[in-house]
Design a protein around this ligand. Structure first.
Ligand code: AMP
Ligand code: MG
Length: 355
């Protein structure tokens, strides 16, 4: 299959109206289009078409029991596909359009294939102008998981999508780098008006707690025990895994450098904060150094993480080291992605113990 690649300026979407119309036609006809959102690139198909859902699973190599998020142009459109409640509209008023996904009971209008066999469906109203216009012109919900091959990091730039999806889908809309760089916050709404955080993201637990009580699903920070069913099917898969083993180090920069210099690895990569870049490069001259961002700027770190993991995959490192993020605020989202990419390998240098 030939994949058409078009460039769209998110600050001047009107200029690309015809291209976006063509993309909408592809989706209406059952085809697949990758498009930018404020979180990561999505791989979009018609959310009301079971064949489109099957094609998405096949293009990604994703297990078909891992449901797709449906993307809508306006929060009220959720009425057609889900049973909403008061908490949904409170969340919508505060956070939509934006990087929040809400899991609700599904209506029959959403095929079981899109829902991965569940009775619920996840909805999101993206703020990226390209995504928004594409959904409007498609005139139906767009089912879209992240536009990466299953098991590799979510794409935060069109070049990542091209690397994974060229030849597998009909079109890729290149809208530049995604603002946030981590996937949306996902909450499931409970019958009693409370919510359960299934995946942390840019919208934090504290922000959500201003709307209604929030519980945090076990799989967000911990390894699920053998046999336990994940509330969000995606959490049972080892996502975001670089090829080389990733090891998270919990310690100050001195302890980290000392630990790495004592381990006898051939070709290593170190992810570090810009604050420590020079010291790391000077004291570990044989390592490749990747800068996540400033230590106190978690948004900058989030923006770069997946792109760095992809770059690192192009080299045959024997090990990748990274600092263990804090779980505060947006840090929880970074922690969740990194701990899973590391398959929960954390070395606690503060107490000299493995965690
Ligand atoms: P992705 O589409 O790659 O961003 O991943 C979407 C995530 O949302 C996956 O982890 C899914 O398991 C999760 N998800 C989608 N729909 C539901 C749902 N109805 N209930 C719980 N989790 C869901
Ligand atoms: Mg994904």
């Amino acid at each position: 299959m030939i994949t058409k690649i078009i460039k769209v300026d998110p600050d001047n979407v009107i200029k690309s109206e015809n291209d976006i119309k063509n993309a909408a036609e592809i989706i209406k006809n059952g085809g697949l289009v990758a498009f930018p959102t404020e979180t990561v690139y999505g791989l979009g198909g018609d959310g009301t078409n079971p064949d489109a859902a099957r094609r998405i699973y096949s293009a990604k190599g994703r297990p078909s029991d891992n449901p797709l998020i449906i993307h809508i142009a306006s929060p009220a459109d959720a009425e057609r596909y889900t049973y909403t409640n008061e908490t949904y509209y409170k969340l919508a008023d505060r956070f939509m359009p934006g990087p929040l996904t809400v899991v609700l009971m599904a209506r029959e209008s959403v095929p079981i294939e899109t829902r991965g066999g569940l009775s619920t469906v996840a909805v999101r109203c993206p703020s990226n102008p390209v995504a928004h216009r594409l959904i409007e012109l498609t005139q139906r919900p767009i089912a879209a998981p992240s536009a990466n091959l299953s098991g590799s990091p979510s794409p935060t730039d069109a070049s990542h999508v091209i690397a994974d999806m060229q030849g597998r889908i009909d079109m890729i809309i290149d809208g530049g780098m995604c603002d946030i760089g981590l996937e949306s916050t996902i909450v499931k709404l409970e019958d009693d008006g409370s919510m359960m955080l299934l995946r942390p993201g840019k919208i934090t637990v504290d922000e959500l707690a201003c709307i209604a009580p929030v519980g945090i699903a076990d799989a967000v920070v911990d390894k699920l025990p053998e046999g336990q069913v994940a509330l969000s099917p995606g959490m049972k898969y080892r996502h975001y895994a670089p090829k080389a083993p990733l090891v998270l180090l919990d310690g100050d920069i001195d302890e980290v450098i000392k630990h790495i210099s004592e381990e006898n690895n051939k070709k290593i990569a170190i992810l570090c904060y810009s604050d420590h870049k020079e010291e790391v490069a000077r004291r570990l001259p044989h390592a490749d150094v990747y800068v996540l961002g400033a230590r106190n700027n978690i948004n900058e770190q989030a923006h770069h993480l997946f792109s760095i993991l992809r770059d690192a995959d192009k080299h045959s490192y024997s090990k990748i080291y990274a600092p263990l993020p804090s779980m505060e605020g947006v840090g929880l989202a970074l922690y969740n992605r990194m701990i899973r990419a590391a398959a929960h390998t954390v070395i606690n240098l503060r107490q000299g113990k493995n965690g």
